[in-house]
Write a protein that binds this ligand. Structure first.
Ligand code: SF4
Ligand code: SF4
Length: 602
């Protein structure tokens, strides 16, 4: 028997086998066996029902089934691909049955083929029939294989190629760092049309496998808001495909705006930028930069944004805080405490960044005072900026008002330079993230500072209060009496835990107090920062509550003012389970001998 697929006259024949065949013939059997669970899973999870447009009101058959809503964007696509996978497997099994009969010498390991041939009584068939089946099954299999290969680029399964590429080009740390904007040089701000997406945004769209993990992790989506991070990607891809000709011909003026045709008001303005979507995405798609990109275009180019933001932006402009409270009152909280102010003291080892909530919010002020007590106990030479301090600009930036953010940031950077700041401690996770990840990104764009000044500013060390307190405890500069134990539910702020990986430090603090803290992140965002208490607040606290009460905690510990404030607010979700729990801000923890804070309960 020849080992080439051609006969003497040069015709392609399929009777000839590779010499490897006797050793590889078990592979189709393995593939066939693997196809059975695939088929069972497909049918079981209701995909088949959803694929043909029929809704099932039945409960999932198995507990591990994900929510069905995540699977219903392109049901025909799913149906087609499952059809091909099953057809390729079955057609090969069809071929294999006749291959073992026709070439028994090469069927040494073909356990499934031999079993099926016996079960179907194929060896008893007339030879001509067996030969016909042999040829038909082969060509049928080839048809399905090439049909499958040809279909993939036109389906969502294109992600088989783009997904690995997307992982390779993933934007490390992109959830905590928005793309910079050169206000002076840019002509277009943000994403108005498909032409404004970067190549990486477009790769993201084609890498999405539509698994729905991001949607199920999204607090806005899960709390019933009209935002689905998955649909942001799916709709982007559809729009890119629909406008591909104009895009390739670079006819930007002929493209229609994405808003509100592709993205709606509800989608764009309910994102809290918590990053849960990016955190769970298996191909590391970057959702936030697209949502904020559209916001930037809406705010800076169109002047169109939710009405509530009018006052918000105006307050930041006039009083450098979101509530419009007098900027001259920013240091009132420190009255009588003899807190050093840098305008008088001129320099200090550490700048305590108080932030808007720490300066004006009643509970935030308690935390600011706790930080002052800790700094003094630890013997740290520190100062505050007092009335000179401005909002860090994080909220303005995430709401698309890049110009306002850059104005505030430039003023703060000028103050840091003026007072020779080398180290900043902040108890606001948003402030921490902005100073740590975004101010340095802005420096190259600021013409007001010299190269030397920029270098000095880039060297400023930014420390989160959680790491700082934990460090002091570790060095023995702060001492604690042994705790009384108990269970603590710690809520990870998105901008410390998820975006910046500060997970271990707060748990170390709690463990020093003999308090059992959950090992993993508590994932639900508690809503956007205190500064965004407009209708954008997604009400996600309703999701965080069950998680906080899940451990039947004695104390709920927070490291973010918004969670601290919200946990203290009366809430129906708070329920009976946690009615006796205390609420503590983590900076207040070392001031007591237990995890229970001295801060007032409601
Ligand atoms: S998690 Fe990632 S891959 Fe899955 S639907 Fe969301 S964006 Fe697409
Ligand atoms: S950042 Fe958070 S709120 Fe925004 S889409 Fe992602 S998961 Fe949803």
């Amino acid at each position: 028997m020849s080992n080439t697929p051609f006969d003497e006259s040069g015709r392609f024949v399929i009777e000839d086998y590779s010499s490897l065949r006797p050793f590889s013939s078990f592979l189709p059997g393995i593939a066939g066996l693997m196809g059975i669970p695939l088929w069972v899973f497909y049918v079981n999870r209701g995909q088949a029902i959803a694929s043909f447009g029929l809704e099932s009101k039945d409960k999932p058959v198995m507990e591990f089934q994900p929510a069905n809503k995540a699977y219903q964007t392109t049901p025909w696509d799913s149906a087609a691909i499952y059809f091909f996978l099953i057809a390729v497997t079955l057609s090969y099994m069809y071929f294999e049955v006749f291959a073992v009969v026709r070439h028994p010498e090469a069927a040494r390991l073909s356990f499934l083929g031999k079993y099926l041939a016996g079960a179907l009584a194929v060896p008893g068939l007339p030879e001509a029939n067996a030969a016909a089946h042999f040829r038909i099954s082969w060509w049928l299999h080839i048809l399905f294989v090439y049909g499958f290969i040809a279909y993939v680029p036109y389906s969502k399964y294109f992600h088989m190629f783009t997904g690995p590429l997307n992982l390779f080009f993933r934007g490390r740390g992109s959830s905590r760092r928005l793309p910079p904007v050169d206000i002076e040089k840019s002509e277009v701000f943000g994403i108005e049309k498909t032409a404004d997406f970067t190549w990486k945004d477009n790769l993201d769209a084609f890498a999405c496998m539509e698994c729905g993990r991001c949607q199920d992790a999204c607090p806005a989506s899960t709390s019933g808001k009209p935002l689905s991070p998955k649909m942001i990607l799916v709709n982007q891809e559809k729009r890119l495909l629909a406008e591909r000709r104009k895009l390739l011909e670079r006819r930007r003026d002929d493209l229609s705006p994405l808003f509100p045709e592709t993205y709606t008001d509800g989608e764009i303005w309910t994102c809290t930028t918590c990053g849960a979507c990016q955190h769970v995405c298996p191909v590391e798609i970057e959702h936030i930069r697209k949502i904020v990109g559209v916001r930037r275009s809406e705010v800076l180019m169109q002047g169109r944004f939710p009405q509530e933001l009018n006052a918000f932006f105006r307050n930041l402009e006039t009083n450098s805080n979101p509530w419009g409270l007098g900027f001259s009152k920013r240091a009132d909280w420190a009255a009588g405490l003899d807190v050093p102010v840098l305008s008088e003291k001129k320099s200090a080892d550490v700048l305590l960044w108080v932030g808007c909530a720490g300066s004006y919010d009643e509970q935030g002020i308690q935390v600011a005072k706790a930080m002052v007590t800790l700094l003094r106990k630890a013997g740290v030479d520190f100062g505050i900026l007092g009335t000179e301090e401005k909002c860090c600009g994080d909220s303005a930036r995430r709401l698309g008002q890049e110009y306002l953010y850059q104005t505030l940031a430039e003023e703060n950077l000028g103050l840091f330079l003026n007072y020779g700041v080398k180290k900043i401690i902040t108890f606001c996770p948003h402030g921490y993230n902005t100073f740590q990840n975004e101010y340095s990104q802005l420096l190259p764009l600021l013409a007001a500072f010299s190269g030397e000044d920029k270098e000095r500013l880039a060297r400023i060390e930014i420390i989160s209060h959680v790491s700082w307190v934990n460090g002091l405890l570790g060095q023995g500069r702060l001492k604690l009496k042994p705790g009384t134990g108990g269970r603590a539910a710690y809520h990870d702020p998105c901008y410390l835990g998820r975006h910046n990986g500060i997970i271990k430090e707060p748990r170390d603090i709690l463990s020093r107090l003999n308090a059992a803290a959950p090992a993993n992140e508590i994932v639900w965002c508690a809503g956007p920062g205190r500064t965004l208490q407009v209708r954008l607040a997604c009400g996600a606290m309703t999701l965080a509550w069950p998680q906080l009460t899940w451990s039947v905690a004695d104390t709920i510990v927070s490291a973010e003012l918004v969670t601290f404030v919200r946990v203290n607010e009366p809430s129906p979700q708070r329920g009976a389970v946690c009615v006796n729990a205390n609420v503590a801000f983590i900076a207040g923890v070392p001031l007591t001998s237990t995890v229970q804070s001295k801060l007032e309960r409601p």
